[in-house]
Design a protein around this ligand. Sequence first.
Ligand SMILES: Nc1nc2c(c(=O)[nH]1)N[C@H]1C(S)=C(S)[C@@H](COP(=O)(O)O)O[C@H]1N2
Ligand SMILES: [Mo]
Length: 252
Amino acid sequence: MNRRRWLTGALATAGAALLSACGQAGTRLAEQARRMGEGLTRRTQRLLIPRDALAPTYSRAEISPDFRPNGSVDPAASDYRALKANGFADYRLIMDGLVERPLSLSLADLRARPARTQITKHDCVEGWTSIGEWTGVRLETLLDEAGLKPEARYIVFHCFDALDQREDGERYYESIDLVDARHPQTILAWAMNGDVLPVPHGAPLRLRVERQLGYKHAKYIRRIEAVESFAHIGGGKGGYWEDRGYEWFAGI
Ligand SMILES: Nc1nc2c(c(=O)[nH]1)N[C@H]1C(S)=C(S)[C@@H](COP(=O)(O)O)O[C@H]1N2
Ligand SMILES: [Mo]
């Protein structure tokens, strides 16, 4: 029998058993699976690694000197340009939808909350990766402040940019489930590599959802909405690229 297939099957079986029996052992197994997973397919890794496991982190020395900006790099929408012209002093992040207490937060408000810094590898579906350091507030912190209603199942990110740069163009959006939303490494980043988040990388606020591919990491966030279903938003598939054929679940 093909050795790798045997190993994969054995690991998956052992993993499932350990996970149900003991969370700690499951996490250790996940680390081993990740190391062995180098040559395995993405789909296999998804099966082996628990959803709440941490993404690998890196040292300062490993930060990419030229982290590639991708997709929108300077939104043309007039509301965005007005905010940018004023150094985002008038920016407010809106959090609403299925929450008990809708929020409207300035950048100063966001920076005043407990911050988390992480150095991670960004993985774009187009086949490139870059390592960067991100600082921001955990999404879970804001979800708890706003108080999710029990019906809430997904978190939707509404962005300022339209990829065609038209004023009436379809704006970028994304969505994640509550497992990713509450993951410790899921942050709303306002800084990159120790500096203010640059415009090409999503200023003033962008998502880092480290267990997912690049297109899930919404940049230029203007509004975060808790929903029961995203069927009524955009093309109904949960994201700008999902509406154009990409998979909604882009776990890595
Ligand atoms: N609002 C918005 N978010 C976005 C995009 C975009 O075009 N608009 N592109 C996505 C894609 S495909 C990738 S790979 C990353 C790129 O992030 P970066 O510019 O910091 O490298 O942003 C993602 N988030
Ligand atoms: Mo991407």
